[in-house]
Design a protein around this ligand. Structure first.
Ligand SMILES: [Zn+2]
Length: 242
């Protein structure tokens, strides 16, 4: 009965659109396989050069619907100088306990943008604390199996790559829901790094590169602090050239 309210995975990000760029194909793939995934943006994106928090919220809802997410929640930890203290940690603990995900996704905790790093650390630590019964909230304790880190600017050694060839189109459509943020020839908004045409070309190239590492057309790569357990070593490497 309680099962209907849980999700298999929660994807945490500092800013709306971070998730689509790094994990959109993974979410669409999970949902296509009958899994449930939620998205939590830790800030309202109020420091963004283009668009407003309202436009970004509208865009992010459309993107979540495109990917088939079960829910998308936006918190208000402060964009640019994100707060990551005990109050914020307790909010994450509540979310983890409410949705009881098996896997939590977060930014690599040593990223270029400090909001990303802080999100990575905060979500890692809160996911652990969520499993401590003596930290009392209204909901029972729950600890996800693992926190998997997605990649933004830096490239630590990869732990696994998910084949997202079948869902790359959906990911691209979800990214294009953020009309205020990304390249649009007609836009009169100020130029930014991510609104340059070459930014989306980089996302495409990275997807192809990660895909090539596993013999797939497109891939999304992740890092975990412990290695994944592989039950089928033959299947895990089946399409690679030797
Ligand atoms: Zn971001």
């Amino acid at each position: 009965m309680a099962k209907a309210k849980t999700v298999d995975a929660i994807f945490f990000a500092a800013h709306a659109d971070d998730i689509e760029l790094a994990c959109g194909g993974t979410i669409a793939k999970m949902v296509g396989e009958g899994r449930r995934a939620g998205i939590v943006d830790l800030t309202r994106g109020e420091m963004g050069t283009r668009g407003t928090p309202e436009t970004r919220k509208r865009e992010s809802k459309a993107a979540a619907a495109m990917l088939g997410a079960t829910f998308r929640e936006q918190l208000d930890f402060g964009d640019g100088g994100m707060r990551a203290g005990r109050d914020e940690e307790m909010e994450i603990i509540e979310i983890v306990r409410r949705w009881r995900p098996q896997v939590v996704f977060a930014p690599w905790p040593d990223e270029r943008h400090p909001d990303h790093s802080r999100s990575g650390r905060l979500v890692t630590e809160a996911s652990f604390y969520a499993g401590l019964g003596k930290i009392e909230t209204k909901l029972p304790a729950h600890r996800p199996q693992v926190v998997a880190y997605y990649l933004q600017n830096y490239l630590p050694p990869l732990s696994f790559v998910i084949d997202v060839s079948e869902t790359w189109d959906v990911k691209t459509k979800a990214i294009h829901c953020y009309k205020s943020q990304f390249f649009d020839r007609k836009s009169k908004e100020p130029r930014t790094f991510i609104a340059e045409e070459k930014f989306l070309e980089m996302i495409e190239a990275r997807g192809k590169h990660f895909g090539a590492l596993i013999g797939a057309r497109y891939g999304e790569a992740y890092v975990t602090k412990q290695p994944p357990r592989i039950d089928d070593v033959f299947g895990a490497y089946r399409d690679r050239e030797v």
